[in-house]
Structure formats: structure tokens, C-alpha cells
Design a protein around this ligand. Structure first.
Ligand SMILES: *Cc1c(COP(=O)(O)O)cnc(C)c1O
Length: 428
């Protein structure tokens, strides 16, 4: 944990532990250091003055992993590719929300994912991945990482533990398994990866190969409000901050948080790849974090109402909403064990692509766009857009139909969204 002794890193009051939603307005920032400004100023500077030459030398030693006796625990401000006050406050708050030792922020979700995978995997090793993943991640793992000697083996997100174990055996036959990479729930069909089972498989792999693979979970869909992968045994949690955490469809950013051991590798590589986030976007995200809990909760309440409306509509087939999963089924049990919210992004089926297009073209309140997690409701047809390139075999396994529509419910009044769907579905 990063320095709980500092007054601006206060974690409790009178023996009562402060909640993350309270901490998002104060943790990690000291007004005394900035003219008593309630909000942090934006530090638009590339570099920082050292008080002495000795300080500069010590900061570089610490950053390059060559700390000596008497050096500070973490480097002071040096250069904005490595650190910056806005970046540090944001990283402190993200780490606190996820219960991580440390967080690092990146210029996009993909920058977080590529830097994390390249930091944790090495040439000759194998990534054991759930599938489907976000399209960019699938392509990175399947098409680009092999150029650097990193191979992969996949398992279906909804796999049972014995299927997962078979995939682990196949991966170990190819080389040392360095990373288990997952994303849950999946986009857009809401299949679930069993994270507890992944942890058990990682331990089995450790017993066989001597070293436990890192477990990395992309938690973009449910966010820190709806799922805590680190508490379930993951080493690193990834976000596309572009989505729910940014929350206003006005920025691109990403993060990785986890154990100090894993993050030292990830943060170290970020300094060389230069995939860091700029001060202005860090500041925007500090504003976003203050409302992430109420936004995600409001969106989840709206999503439930919209999902219930769609479930009862005669022109709508299956509604793949997590809140409808029943205990006693494989998915229902995994959902209740690892998630505390059903989120607000889900898919539903119309008769075919033509019916889906007619409905989408008739909408007047919701916006027809890819992406998700904003204050406004976004809706799209993944089959012809985001998921065009997905393997037909996998589509079949997921029950991904031609008429499948994805909706990311925002924070509008859900009754207005339902009225919009009601008139648009007449065209479906
Ligand atoms: C959008 C998204 C990404 C990629 O994030 P960018 O910020 O667009 O680079 C990664 N994972 C998931 C689950 C996403 O939804």
C-alpha cells in the first residue's frame, strides 16, 4: 500500500474505514501543496526542477530500480512520461478503489493492455486467454504478440473447469504459461469467466511448471463498483477508462492496477514504451471518479427497467441481461459469486439484421454508436460493426444471432428510453 502515513492518504476516521466513493473527493491530494485549491490544478509541464543534484540522482536510481540505502521509497517528480501530480493522484485513487497496491494509467485501454501483456509475458511463453475478448485485445494476442515469440491458447469464456484445465494442459505443452488473460462479462453476449476457477488453474500450473502465471482481468464492463477481481485472486485488473470510469464519452484512457510485484514490471515498461497518460486527461478522470459510483448505480437501475421491458416485448427474442441469471445454473452461480451488479450493457435479439437496422434507424433518444459506459444510452448492431471479424464458430457457440443488438444504458430517465424503444420496435 502506498504511504498511509501521509495526511492526504488518510484511510479511516476514528477507527471507521472511509468508503472509496468518499475518498474520490480527497485521497492523494493535499491542497496545502497547491495554494489551498480545493481541486488539483492541471500540471501542464513536461519536466520538474530538482532541489539538488543529489535528489535528481536518487530519483533516477529509484525509477530505474537501482535504489541505494537511504533513497526515498518512491521517486519525486521528474519528467511527465514517468510521473506528474495529476497522474499520481489519479493512480492513488484507482488503486484505492480496486484494493490494489498500485495503479498505472495509460493513453488508452489498449495501451494499458499491450503494456501489461508485454511487461508480464516473455518470448517463448504462452498466454492462456479466455475468448471472446475485446476485438483489439484478440488481435494483439493472436496476430501481433506471436511476432515477439509469445504464443496463446484460448478457452471459451463460459467454459467449465475441466475444459479450462484441458486448455491449461495444451498451453503448457507449448511453453511456460506466463499470463492467464480474461475479460468478464464478455461483450456483447454477457458470458462469464469463472475467476475462482482461473485461480485454481493458475495454482495447478504453478505446481507443474514452478512459476505461477499472472492472472489479468479486464474489468471494464462492471467496473470497480460491480466486481473486484483482485479480491477474487487476480494479480492485475485492467480498465478502458474510456468507458464507465471516464463515463462521459469525452476521453480515451486506460489503467492497470495490482500487486507491487506485477506493477513494477508494467510501470517499468510504460516508461520505455511511453504509453503514459497526459495530465489534462488525468484531471478529467479525477472529475469522473467523483461520480462513478452514482453513475454506474443509476445506469444499472435504468438497465434493469429497460431489460424487463424488452423481455416482455413480442418482437424481442432472448435478452442477455446478467440480472436475469438464475442461481443453480452455471452462469447464475458464477455471476452471484463474483459480481455485485448486473451492469448496464447487454444484448437482445431481433428477428434478423434487417429488423435490427429498421429499429435502430427509427430511434430518436438513444444514439446509434459503438462504445459504451457513457451518461448517454448508446446502441449498435455488433454483427456488422464491432464484431464483424469474429470467428463464425465462436459466434455459433455464443448464440450470436444476425439480429443481435447491443445497448449500453446511460443515466437518462429509463421511461424515456422505453418510450423510444416502444416506437422504434414498431418498425422491427
Ligand atoms: C473499449 C475497450 C477496450 C479498449 O479500450 P480503449 O480505451 O478504446 O483503447 C478494452 N477492453 C474493453 C472491455 C473495452 O470495452
Amino acid at each position: 500500500m502506498s504511504k498511509p502515513d501521509k495526511p492526504y492518504r488518510k484511510r479511516e476516521v476514528g477507527g471507521h474505514t472511509l468508503s472509496p466513493e468518499t475518498q474520490m473527493m480527497s485521497y492523494g491530494y493535499d491542497p496545502k501543496l497547491s495554494e489551498m485549491s480545493i481541486k488539483p490544478p492541471i500540471f501542464l509541464t513536461s519536466t520538474f526542477a530538482f532541489a539538488t543534484a543529489e535528489d535528481g540522482a536518487a530519483f533516477f536510481r529509484v525509477t530505474l530500480g537501482q535504489a541505494e540505502e537511504g533513497d526515498p521509497e518512491s521517486a519525486g517528480l521528474m519528467y511527465s512520461r514517468f510521473n506528474n501530480p495529476n497522474m499520481e493522484v489519479l493512480e492513488d485513487r484507482l488503486a484505492l478503489y480496486d484494493g490494489a497496491d498500485e495503479a498505472a494509467v495509460f493513453s488508452s485501454g489498449m495501451a494499458a493492455i499491450s503494456t501489461t501483456l508485454m511487461g508480464l509475458a516473455h518470448s517463448g511463453s504462452v498466454i492462456l486467454q479466455s475468448t471472446p475478448l475485446y476485438g483489439g485485445t484478440e488481435s494483439l494476442i493472436r496476430k501481433f504478440l506471436p511476432n515477439y515469440g509469445i504464443q496463446s491458447v484460448d478457452f471459451f469464456a463460459g467454459a467449465r473447469e475441466d475444459e479450462l484445465q484441458a486448455a491449461a494442459e495444451a498451453a503448457m505443452a507449448k511453453g511456460e504459461v506466463s499470463v492467464i488473460y480474461t475479460e468478464t462479462p464478455t461483450n456483447p453476449t454477457n458470458d462469464l469467466v469463472d475467476l475462482a476457477a482461473c485461480r485454481r488453474i493458475a495454482d495447478i500450473i504453478r505446481d507443474k511448471q514452478g512459476k505461477r502465471p499472472w492472472i489479468v482481468v479486464d474489468n471494464t464492463f462492471l467496473g470497480p463498483v460491480g466486481q473486484a477481481p483482485l479480491a477474487l485472486g487476480a494479480d492485475v485488473v485492467i480498465y478502458s477508462l474510456t468507458k464507465y470510469i471516464g463515463g462521459h464519452s469525452d476521453l480515451i484512457a486506460g489503467s492497470a492496477s495490482g500487486s507491487s510485484e506485477a506493477m513494477a514490471l508494467v510501470r517499468g515498461l510504460r516508461g520505455y514504451l511511453g504509453t503514459n497518460l497526459d495530465a489534462h486527461t488525468c484531471w478529467m478522470l479525477l472529475r469522473s471518479l467523483e461520480t462513478v459510483k452514482i453513475r454506474m448505480e443509476a445506469a444499472a437501475l435504468g438497465a434493469r427497467k429497460v431489460a424487463e421491458y424488452l423481455r416482455d416485448h413480442p418482437k424481442v427474442g432472448r435478452v442477455r441481461y446478467l440480472g436475469f441469471m438464475e442461481k443453480g445454473t452455471r452462469d447464475g452461480d458464477v455471476f452471484h459469486a463474483q459480481s455485485t451488479s448486473a451492469g448496464s450493457t447487454f444484448a437482445f435479439d431481433l428477428a434478423d439484421e434487417k429488423a435490427a437496422f429498421r429499429m435502430l434507424n427509427a430511434l430518436q433518444v438513444m444514439k446509434l454508436a459503438v462504445s459504451l459506459g457513457g451518461t448517454e444510452t448508446l446502441i449498435c448492431h455488433p454483427g456488422s460493426t464491432t464484431h464483424r471479424g469474429v470467428d463464425p464458430e465462436l459466434r455459433k457457440r455464443q448464440g450470436f444471432s444476425d439480429g443481435l443488438v447491443r445497448i449500453s444504458v446511460g443515466i437518462e430517465n429509463p421511461d424515456d428510453l422505453i418510450a423510444d424503444l416502444e416506437q422504434a420496435l414498431q418498425h422491427a
